[in-house]
Design a protein around this ligand. Sequence first.
Ligand code: ADE
Length: 319
Amino acid sequence: EWADRGAAKIIKEVVDPTTGELTKHVVKMGIKDFKFGEQLGDGSYSSVVLATARDSGKKYAVKVLSKEYLIRQKKVKYVTVEKLALQKLNGTKGIIRLFFTFQDEASLYFLLEYAPHSDFLALIKKYGSLNEQCARYYASQIIDAVDSLHTIGIIHRDIKPENILLDKDMKVKLTDFGTAKILPEEPSNDADGKPYFDLNARSKSFVGTAEYVSPELLNDSYTDSRCDIWAFGCILFQMVAGKPPFKASNEYLTFQKVMKVQYAFTAGFPQIIKDLVKKLLVKEPNDRLTIEQIKAHIFFQSVNFDNGSVWDDDPPEIQ
Ligand code: ADE
């Protein structure tokens, strides 16, 4: 099934030293072209390792997936989805890039863009919580990235701080599309001008992480793109409070809290962010703010979301 479809091919240009003639060679990249380094992360069915290209010295994050494990655990679909989603999103601001894929007998390899500043969970842990200006900087990028992927017809379904990487410029990069939902090709607006967002793109599978899972998934076992908005609300809360809104000693108790939307703001939580969080952590998906409404919220008044300009803002000093 995986054969060599979409395997990493690069075009090498070689100039003949005597004739000066330029020839182009299609060269297949493989494991031998990289020097493997430290482990960057560990997923449930994959690990991510730093790799350096032997020719260019360029650094990549390589996601390594064991074929035997994928088959045994019936996770092959996840890998297919992840690859397809990343290919559809290639070049989208705020999404990690997939450069090449290749394989050997034992493993599949995803050559991903390397994000050297770790992830958002590490950032929140390091600083405890973020001030209003920092929260605005990161939240505006996260919501813009989510907007882009929804527009392209992809629901992430597992947005959480660990899946929000930080690149060399401290810009947000969403990763881990293994549990994403790729919607069938669609017009972005239907005849009534109803946003694509409102279509009932439902999926019955349980995906996500307890702390960020939406109540509709727990109650009615369906998700559509609004589950990503719920997760965004949880993360916005966490940026300021230093901990997720729904957290208990075990998953079951966490689910209870999510279903009741039972959470409390920490002391000193800025009023303006409180107002936004309250409009995101709403049980009924129809009553949750849309991305358009989020971007228009007073908290983001100073942010210019037009033509990707959020990605030009310089990162603020933390604290
Ligand atoms: N951990 C998981 N994926 C990563 C990436 N692309 N860059 C850096 N660290 C990672």
